[in-house]
Write a protein that binds this ligand. Sequence first.
Ligand code: NAD
Length: 262
Amino acid sequence: MDLSLDGKIALVTGSTKGIGKAIALALAAEGATVVINGRSQQSVDEALASFPKGSHGVAADVGTGEGAAALVKAVEAIGPVDILVNNAGIFEPKEFPEIPDADWTKLFEVNVMSGVRLSRALLPGMIARNWGRIIFIASESAINIPQEMVHYGVSKTAQLGLSRGIAEYTKGTAVTVNAVLPGPTLSEGVEDFVDSLGAQHGQSRTEFEAEFFKTVRPTSLLQRFATTDEVANFVTFLASPRAAAINGAALRVDGGTVKSAF
Ligand code: NAD
């Protein structure tokens, strides 16, 4: 299937590694001009080495108003953004009684307000040009709020509401706004998490993975971590003109972790 992404400009936040990098690489492989983003110039430069010539990188912290504004300015100097993937996101397991206001605020700034600020800046141009894609990378945790990180789950639920709310502005246009809910996915961030928890319990990654899906995510039908490419494949289709009829939706790529048929 030709995804017809030639000539499209795509901005993927938090794309120096993990799911975001896989999405940006997949979009680039389909012909899009990608702009990758991370917090430090060094991480952006290192990641950019894996991308085709003509790709761009902008170092900016999307978890702050100034960072998001600087990113918008830099990306608009490259060209009009056709595809915005709000991927940057952070998580940290912590028991609810121990999560201070500062952690709640930080998670909301990075996971929710980044998408608010970038979508607010870039949606009007997409509507004016009558084509665009905004995709929020939420999580199955938006529905199955994890007890060990309630703040993360709630920030992901907020993304679903935000995505659907913004989609209302696209009525009658060729712009779409959707949320994707990955399940447990073996990104670098999750790899570090798995290896450090596994080491604490004297388990290899394979042993940890088997135990994790037996006890922590027993509803997963996949019973393994998804690869970042498996998530990126779907996001790339959703970003393409082929997915024109999908709008205002929350779409699961969660290996069946959410135990619901719809
Ligand atoms: P990761 O930690 O492997 O990578 C995150 C990327 O975001 C990195 O490039 C990091 O530099 C960047 N980043 C973090 N904060 C940033 C900021 N303030 N400004 C700019 N860049 C920033 O993460 P991942 O596992 O690939 O997760 C990506 C997204 O997918 C997140 O929104 C996460 O919530 C979501 N998600 C992940 C999983 C999973 O199991 N990995 C499951 C469901 C949803």
